[in-house]
Write a protein that binds this ligand. Structure first.
Ligand SMILES: Cc1cc2nc3c(=O)[nH]c(=O)nc-3n(C[C@H](O)[C@H](O)[C@H](O)COP(=O)(O)OP(=O)(O)OC[C@H]3O[C@@H](n4cnc5c(N)ncnc54)[C@H](O)[C@@H]3O)c2cc1C
Length: 141
């Protein structure tokens, strides 16, 4: 069963099992407290690509609070999903979940070019998050 960690449930911040947030800023009903990713009821699918996009907005907003400024980042609900078709071909779904509207998106047919795009998507995050370069076999360079 998909649910928030016990520590979150016991925090008293959840409503119907998830933390409500402002869909644009990711701020909770507690001023200056933000929630991102699977614990929220923001309305996007519970996937890492959405958690990442939300985290960037929350981080900018928190940094602005610390600097005594007004944050300006707004969450756009954008996400990418890659679909493996074998034979080194990958398709891509590019979607946008905007609060109160039906999701919209595009589908790019499987190709070698998108397989390369997926590789860059993954390796760039390994590089940015952990400061390491990785090959497509997951072997440290
Ligand atoms: C099998 C599987 C496959 C998936 N595949 C994809 C995919 O292909 N693409 C995609 O975009 N998403 C995928 N997802 C979803 C993705 O993993 C989640 O949406 C994403 O990890 C959510 O990020 P998060 O930071 O909200 O939560 P998490 O990544 O779950 O991070 C929460 C962290 O909090 C920690 N934690 C919990 N309790 C405590 C505590 N008391 N003290 C300290 N730390 C604590 C946990 O250990 C965890 O590290 C997949 C999920 C699963 C289960």
């Amino acid at each position: 069963m998909h649910r928030v960690p016990t520590v979150v449930a016991e925090s008293g911040m959840t409503v119907d099992g998830w933390i409500p947030v402002d869909a644009m800023t990711l701020e909770t009903s507690y001023p200056g407290v933000f929630a991102v990713g699977d614990v929220t009821s923001v309305g996007t699918p519970k996937a890492g690509v959405f958690a990442e996009g939300q985290a960037a907005v929350a981080a900018e907003r928190i940094a602005a609070i610390i600097r005594g400024e007004d944050g300006s980042s707004e969450y756009d609900g954008h996400g990418l999903c890659y679909l493996e078709f074998g034979h080194d071909e990958v398709a891509r779904v590019d979607v946008m979940f905007v609060s109160g509207r039906p999701p919209t998106g595009t589908f790019d047919a499987p190709s070698h070019a998108i397989a390369l795009d997926k590789e860059v998507f993954g390796s760039s995050r390994i590089q940015r998050w952990f400061g390491r370069a990785w090959t497509n076999l997951g072997t440290p360079r």
